[in-house]
Design a protein around this ligand. Structure first.
Ligand SMILES: NC(=O)c1ccc[n+]([C@@H]2O[C@H](COP(=O)([O-])OP(=O)(O)OC[C@H]3O[C@@H](n4cnc5c(N)ncnc54)[C@H](OP(=O)(O)O)[C@@H]3O)[C@@H](O)[C@H]2O)c1
Length: 330
């Protein structure tokens, strides 16, 4: 693991935690219209922030005055992100593989020493995995998808939760509709995201007594990141990638893809505490509590008890069957 920062000088350690009232992101009654304003000064770590959605989230956090560190495996991609986001604010990059526990722990120690700790953890790094019928997938690729998307999420939280507890921070695990619903012909991805959703739910219950909300979040179907290939790729006719692309392009043409700014807005709001009462739940970018304006679905009351149930009808229910995947059937 190596780190590089665009900061002019290493920041001095932030003061020790003094409770949520003093943390960036603390709920306040007078800024309900723009909860993102609470992010100024927050220390944010985004795994897999060297391109795609991660980079756009980093940009948005920086614009709101947060101090951001992004990870990824490819140092060149991290360098490109530093260039792309230069001038937006305090950005640090760290070449750290999410499946490398030692690298993550090293990064956690470093951020605690340099910044005082992390306030917002966005577990974003993921692989799309192989496509096609499961029995035709390469088992090594199938499993490495679980390693990055599931083990990686666990190891990242394992390394950072102690400082999130200290600072009463928040965790957003980027999930996908693919994990809440079946996603045939992308089973590695679907299974990994289902695990991420369930992990977030369990972690939220475990962290509830410590005041650390945890969410799994579906950013929508994007046209960037791992979905960019669906927009611009030229797969061989008759292959699974081509069939999936046809379906994706139809989704896009029918207005079912999501503008990245909407995806990012939801993460900012979760990070800023706009939906703490929904900790443990699987939330989507268009959830009423994550879009501006009225539309709150659940009263802002603290979740009581040691567990945080995900109850249909309370906040965002799990999506029911849709025809999303029908085109993926032969
Ligand atoms: N794009 C969509 O339509 C969509 C929809 C729903 C959910 N999502 C979710 O959104 C998140 C971001 O996806 P994206 O579309 O932005 O994908 P992307 O463009 O492929 O970016 C993935 C990021 O993760 C990093 N990464 C991959 N494996 C890693 C590992 N083992 N350790 C550390 N970093 C790793 C990549 O950098 P390196 O390769 O250099 O490591 C890259 O920065 C993912 O969790 C994805 O499942 C995306």
């Amino acid at each position: 693991m190596s780190t590089t920062s665009s900061r002019p000088a290493a920041p001095t350690a932030a003061p020790a935690d003094t409770g949520r009232e003093t943390l960036p992101g603390a709920p306040a009654e007078n800024d309900a219209a723009a909860p993102e304003a609470r992010l100024a000064g927050a220390n944010v770590l985004i795994t897999g922030g060297s391109r795609g959605l991660g980079r756009e989230m980093a940009r948005a956090f920086l614009v709101h005055g947060a101090r951001v560190t992004v990870t990824g495996r490819d140092p060149d991609a991290l360098a490109a992100t530093r260039s792309a986001l230069a001038g937006h604010g305090e950005l640090g990059t760290a070449a750290a593989d999410s499946t490398d526990h030692a690298a993550l722990r090293d990064l956690a120690r470093r951020l605690r020493a340099e910044q005082g700790g992390t306030d917002v953890l966005v577990v974003n790094a993921a692989l799309p995995g192989p496509v096609g019928p499961a029995w035709e997938n390469d088992p090594v690729q199938w499993w490495s998808t679980q390693q990055t998307n599931v083990l990686g999420a666990f190891l990242t939280c394992h390394a950072f939760v102690p400082q999130l507890i200290e600072r009463r921070g928040r965790i957003v695990i980027i999930a996908s509709h693919a994990g809440a619903h079946r996603w045939p012909h992308a089973s590695a991805y679907s299974v990994s995201k289902a695990a991420a959703i369930k992990f977030a739910e369990n972690l939220a219950a475990e962290l509830h007594p410590h005041g650390v909300p945890v969410f799994s979040y579906h950013p929508g179907k994007l046209t960037i990141g791992m979905a960019e290939i669906q927009m611009t790729g030229r797969p061989q006719p008759g292959t699974w990638p081509e069939r999936i692309q046809r379906w994706y392009l139809r989704e896009h043409a029918e207005g079912r893809t999501t503008p990245v700014e909407h995806s990012v807005r939801g993460v900012l709001r979760l990070a800023a505490g706009a939906a703490d009462h929904l900790s443990g739940q699987y939330l989507t970018h268009d959830h009423a509590d994550l879009v501006p304006g009225p539309g709150r679905t659940v009263p802002r009351t603290p979740v009581s008890g040691p567990t945080v149930p995900r109850t249909p009808g309370q906040g965002e229910p799990l999506p029911g069957p849709t025809t999303d995947d029908d085109a993926l059937h032969p």
